[in-house]
Ligand binder design. Structure first.
Ligand SMILES: [Fe+2]
Length: 143
């Protein structure tokens, strides 16, 4: 499975695309760390970063949905919640089993599959809405 962000995943809103690229990058690093069975501490730090960053990113999308009165916000927020609980499970597995190839493939399948599908469908719809709703403003900014 390819871990790189590419143009096909663009949602048409630069600020969100940039955040998605960072999410991909940290996920890629996490999977590499698992595959190399690096020390628990390094993997934990990466997970912490991913945890923190994804929350900030979801909050940024949340703010935009509220600001522009997005009608699909409830469904979108529920989707984010799925990612958060999957990451939570991964943290628990790491705590009980330690870093391994098995966890790498679990992380790749659960998180990456979610991210790709979420960006291509849910975020893409949001991006389309934001572009129309913000047509009178210059650019869409996130905090
Ligand atoms: Fe989203």
């Amino acid at each position: 499975m390819v871990l790189k962000w590419d143009e096909k995943l663009s949602v048409g809103v630069e600020a969100l695309d940039e955040q998605h690229k960072e999410l991909f990058q940290s996920l890629e690093e996490l999977v590499e760390a698992f595959q190399e069975s690096r020390q628990d501490k390094q993997v934990s730090e990466l997970i912490e970063f991913l945890d923190d960053y994804s929350l900030r990113h979801f909050r940024a999308e949340d703010d935009l949905m509220r600001l522009y009165g997005y009608p699909g916000s409830e469904h979108h927020r529920k989707e984010h919640q799925i990612f958060i609980s999957r990451l939570e499970n991964l943290k628990q597995d790491l705590a009980t089993k330690g870093p391994s190839h098995a966890l790498a493939s679990q992380a790749t399948h659960l998180l990456l599959k979610w991210i790709v599908s979420h960006i291509k469908n849910v975020d893409y719809e949001l991006g389309r809405y934001l572009k129309t709703a913000s047509a009178t403003t210059k650019s869409i900014q996130t905090k």
